[in-house]
Design a binder for this molecule. Structure first.
Ligand code: 13P
Ligand code: SF4
Length: 300
């Protein structure tokens, strides 16, 4: 009987598809994907795709961003119900209200957001490039949406700017409490703490390093230490163990239930049936393209 990887390879050839997977999805899916990485890497891979179909193994905002960057290509999501709660934690109406009353303002939208939110924003960012991009903006006032925690991390690195927030967060990363990290440090005193900026400031303060998932992987791979406490979604342990087979990793973050909806069976079914196709209102997709392209330009 055909295994998952063999069936995926056969369907990919039949459908002229490229498979992109985020570090947080199922290990078998990561192992079989053409490109695996963090949100910034995958946005670049989507923008450069030459195939007729992009199969995006991630949550909805990732598939939407790939579609916005590739209006002429088919973008499939293995499970369109796999969404990101944080993506909805600000509304276009709130953004327009802040715009109307704030001069010298840039609206900076984390890529973990709805297409409607991107469409009213000036520039998108990911956790890999947010500091670089916000530092390069000429505006003094920064409305950072929808993640207050990534926003406060960027704020600390950009002291000349005035930040405004609307109160969003990642439920998975804020589930990690400073007490959990303190307990992990007691249990593993030699292990530095590597933390995603979506975590709470109190957790970031206990950390040796704060960065995106790709930056956490790079820090662990380059580090001289033999063990690490990891404060980001545990799917990343697959890549950490692949890159660093002799090091030990202690995860303290719970899984993201939405990322875990991307199962091998759903990946095959969507490519086999052409289900889960992303489609967006044309005007919204056009408006959301500008901030995504500006991100790719400024992050270079
Ligand atoms: P990065 O891929 O930018 O590290 O972000 C993590 C995340 O929460 C994706 O949903
Ligand atoms: Fe959204 Fe958090 Fe899940 Fe990432 S880990 S998809 S930010 S809920």
């Amino acid at each position: 009987m055909e295994g998952f990887a063999e069936e995926l390879a056969r369907l990919k050839a039949r459908e002229d598809a490229v498979v992109l997977a985020h570090y947080y999805v199922d290990e078998e899916v990561q192992a079989a994907a053409d490109f695996v990485g963090d949100s910034y890497y995958l946005a670049k891979a989507a923008a450069a795709a030459g195939q007729g179909t992009i199969l995006f193994c991630g949550v909805r905002f990732m598939g939407e961003s790939a579609k916005i960057l590739n209006p002429a290509r088919r973008v499939l999501l293995p499970d369109p119900a796999a969404d990101c709660a944080m993506a909805h934690m600000a509304s276009p109406e709130q953004v327009l209200a802040v715009r109307a009353r704030t001069p010298d303002l840039a609206v900076v939208c984390y890529i973990n957001s709805t297409a409607a939110l991107k469409a009213v924003s000036d520039v998108c960012v990911t956790s890999s490039n947010a500091v670089k991009i916000v530092s390069a903006l000429p505006e003094r006032n920064i409305l950072f949406i929808p993640d207050d925690n990534l926003g406060s991390f960027v704020q600390a690195a950009c002291p000349g700017k005035n930040f405004l927030f609307l109160g969003g967060h990642c439920p998975v990363h804020v589930a990690v409490r400073a007490e959990d990290v303190a307990a992990a440090r007691l249990a593993h005193p030699e292990a530095p703490v590597l933390t995603h900026p979506e975590c709470l400031p109190a957790v970031r303060e206990l950390s040796a390093f704060v960065g995106s998932t790709a930056e956490i992987v790079a820090r662990a791979a380059a580090g001289a230490e033999g063990e690490y406490i990891v404060c980001t979604e545990p799917g990343v342990l697959f890549e950490l163990r692949r890159r660093c087979p002799h090091k030990r990793f202690y995860p303290v973050t719970p899984p993201c239930a939405d990322m875990k909806r991307v199962t091998p069976a759903r990946v095959l079914a969507c490519l086999r049936d052409g289900s889960g196709e992303v489609s967006l209102p044309a005007a919204q997709a056009r408006a959301a393209l500008r901030p995504l392209e500006r991100m790719l330009e400024l992050a270079k």
